[in-house]
Design a protein around this ligand. Structure first.
Ligand code: BG6
Ligand code: MG
Length: 217
């Protein structure tokens, strides 16, 4: 009986935070808002709309819905200009090995991301074919830490939540996995992600013995 292995995208499969940062910075600069790398950490796992609100909050900037909508479009157009140039070498270390191992062992693989750009990114970096299901920002109404995105992914795979495993780099994502009663695996700083059941700095630390333990659970 296969398990469902559900991957977050940004910060787990690819390091797109730098591109989000560059695109948001243009908007912030124009509005005279100081937007640092530390501020960018606040946007991990957070939806596009919520990200803009956080940035405007940093500068105590009030804006009309019309302006906000315009900036959201501009930000995304700019972000997409970075995405089109992405290559396979931007996949984070160890990710392809883990995906390949799971595929070779008959496991089900899904994406569970807040991004509305998930498909083109997976395609650009050449890993789209690994995924049996994709649930992204176009499909869900409730953002992480709500478990909706992961529950939908497991459902599409036909696997119960308690037979599902989630890889996440954001606190809200770990909380979503826990709320879904799935196994939560934190990728990144273990102190930040201390609510995760397991922690690794990156996928190079995840060996096949550990993956096999998850498969046999
Ligand atoms: C998440 C990122 O995966 O997707 C966030 O961690 C981002 O930083 C969110 O804001 C939405 O992404 P997009 O591509 O729809 O703007
Ligand atoms: Mg993420």
């Amino acid at each position: 009986n296969p398990k469902a292995f559900i991957f977050d995208l940004d910060g787990v499969i690819v390091d797109t935070a730098k591109y989000h940062y560059l695109a948001w910075q243009k908007i912030a600069n124009r509005l005279g808002i100081d937007f640092t790398h530390e501020h960018n950490e606040l946007l991990k796992g957070v939806s596009r709309i919520r990200s803009l609100d956080i940035i405007l909050g940093l500068g105590n900037v009030e804006a009309s819905q019309e302006d906000k909508d315009k900036w959201l479009v501009e930000k995304n157009e700019d972000y997409l200009n970075y995405i089109v140039n992405m290559k396979e070498d931007e996949i984070l270390p160890g990710v392809v090995r883990v995906l390949q191992y799971l595929k070779d062992n008959g496991q089900k693989i899904a994406l569970g991301s807040a991004s509305k750009n998930a498909r083109p990114i997976l395609e650009k970096v050449g890993v789209l074919h690994f995924f049996d299901a994709i649930v992204d920002g176009n499909d869900v109404t409730n953002a992480k830490p709500d478990p909706e995105v992961f529950l939908r992914a497991a459902q599409l795979l036909g696997i119960p939540a308690d037979k599902s495993i989630v890889f996440e780099d954001a606190v809200a994502g770990i909380q979503a996995a826990n709320a879904a009663k799935m196994v939560s695996i934190g990728i990144g700083d273990a102190t930040t992600l201390n609510e995760a059941q397991y922690n690794f700095n990156d996928f190079t630390e995840i060996n096949t013995d550990f993956l096999q333990t998850l498969v046999n659970k």
